[in-house]
Design a protein around this ligand. Structure first.
Ligand code: UD1
Ligand code: CA
Length: 451
């Protein structure tokens, strides 16, 4: 089928320079949600009608399988579909989706498509307790007569709770005829797509309706308030899905997933955690309160303590991270590694059973197993122009407050004395130390304040 996604409106009520369909829901532009759903429909040709904000919409969502059609000026939803009309294949029906109705589900669309058969106009409608702002479905008995926009509706019509979700499917040849006959004599002086319903009715074409599985699928985003409300409804749905799969959530109202979160068995997630991109938590993983995780894999039984910021990391089984740890992209930690408070790790491999428990920076390093990195130890990986590597071999002990000036290597089993500034490789098995000699000055007197 032809799928036309309307995304040209400016979204006046958003009060934003960003075109409405580019605002984010669960970390993704509204329009991306619709495109992903549309792609799941069989043999569809995708069209996006854009306009407000110039090339921002095609520019930020380039896609080889989408034909972008510009609507300039934006004279209404009917006018928007008209812009794509010449490119629609008459041999297939046309489905119209809205870029600002992001959560429509594939199963619902399939039902709508099915109900239209080959020659009917099918509308997706639903009953809302508060129908304000939506077009209303006017019926005579069972029969659909027309759709009336709220701004054009009489008091009686406004009392109708069955609303137009905007989503419809029509035989393409008829759609083109109806679009051609639209007028803009209405409250908003726009060419309403919804006016094709009255035309179909007058032409004796049968009009059917289908309903979504859940209400949130058809909620539109017209304001920041509606965007926030839909985000909460969607997040609650994602939380319910996680719990159904066996994940324990301290509070399903206080988790945000902006991407995909895949969990093993007996995963526990405390309050106020945010997951972005692709996050995988293995069996028995627990995540403490107030953690942020993005594009990260955590293996079985690892424990993420409160207040961690983890991005682009791989965490081994049984590891202990945090509280207050920061793992940056390229951090990969082996089994049972401990990363404690105020420790930052970047682009480093740390092997099994190694520890950096307090106040350290490990960047561009390869750290063996059973290594102990003391409090305040720093890899000086950057010389102001280039990054260099630090290698710490198995079983080494880095004393507190050491600076390892890269490129540098600490041999296996070496001990680096506290306070050392290491500028040359440290041989394995020995103590290496660089430290000013300690002296005591006897009979020294503190200066006293002059009278
Ligand atoms: C529309 C429907 C209304 C329905 C509601 C459901 C019409 C006339 N009204 O109203 O019956 O209940 O959606 O959410 O269709 N757009 C364009 N070009 C334009 C105008 C709009 O591409 O010239 C796009 C917008 O970007 C948006 C969509 O069409 O994605 C809907 O436009 P909007 O102005 O939000 O329509 P509503 O008033 O919500
Ligand atoms: Ca809308």
């Amino acid at each position: 089928m032809n799928v036309v996604i309307l995304a040209a409106g400016m979204g006046k009520r958003m009060r934003s320079d960003l075109p409405k369909v580019l605002h984010l829901l669960a970390g993704k532009p509204l329009l991306s949600h619709v495109l992903e759903t549309a792609r799941k429909l069989p043999s569809s040709r995708l069209f996006v009608v854009y306009g407000y904000g110039g090339e921002q919409v095609p520019g930020s969502l380039p896609a080889a399988d989408v034909t972008f059609v510009r609507q300039e000026p934006q004279l209404g939803t009917g006018h928007a579909v008209m812009q794509a009309a010449s490119r629609l294949d008459n041999a297939m029906p046309t489905l119209v989706l809205y870029g600002d109705v992001p959560l429509i589900a594939t199963a619902t669309l399939q039902r709508l498509v099915h109900s239209a058969e080959a020659d009917k106009l099918a509308l997706l409608t639903t009953h809302l307790r508060d129908p304000a702002g939506y077009g209303r479905i006017v019926r005579e008995g069972e029969k659909i007569l027309r759709v009336v926009e709220e701004k054009d509706a009489s008091a009686n019509e406004r009392a109708i709770t069955e609303v137009n979700t905007g989503i419809l499917i029509a035989p393409t040849v008829l759609l083109k005829q109806w679009l051609h006959r639209l007028s803009n004599r209405n409250a908003q002086q726009e060419y309403y797509l919804t006016d094709i319903v009255a035309q179909a009715s007058a032409d004796g074409i049968s009009i059917v309706s289908a309903q979504p599985d859940s209400e949130w699928e058809v909620l539109g985003v017209n304001s920041k308030g509606q965007l926030a409300e839909l985000e909460r409804r969607y997040q609650r749905h994602l939380a319910d899905t996680l719990m159904e799969a066996g994940v324990s959530l301290a509070d399903p109202a206080r988790i945000d997933v902006r991407g995909t979160l895949q969990c093993g068995r007996d995963v526990y997630i405390d309050v106020n955690c945010v997951f972005e991109g692709e996050v995988v938590l293995g069996d028995g993983v627990s995540v403490g309160p107030n953690c942020y995780m993005r594009d990260t894999r955590v293996d079985a039984q690892a424990e993420i303590r409160p207040f961690c910021h983890i991005d682009g990391a791989a965490i081994g089984a049984g590891a202990l991270i945090g509280p207050y740890a920061r793992l940056r992209p390229g951090s990969s930690l082996g089994e049972s590694v401990h990363i404690g408070n105020f420790v930052e790790v970047k682009n480093s491999h740390i092997n099994a059973y190694s520890k950096a428990n307090h106040l350290a920076y490990v960047g561009d390093a390869v750290v063996g197993s059973q290594v102990n990195i003391g409090a305040g130890a720093i890899t000086c990986n950057y010389d102001g122009a280039n990054k260099h590597q630090t290698v710490i071999e198995d079983g080494a002990f880095i004393g507190t407050n050491c600076e390892l000036v890269a490129p540098v290597r600490v041999g296996s089993g070496a001990t680096i004395g506290a306070g050392t500034t290491l500028t040359k490789d440290a041989p394995p098995g020995s103590l290496t130390i660089s430290r000013g000699k300690q002296t005591t000055i006897n009979h020294w007197k503190r200066p006293a304040k002059k009278e």
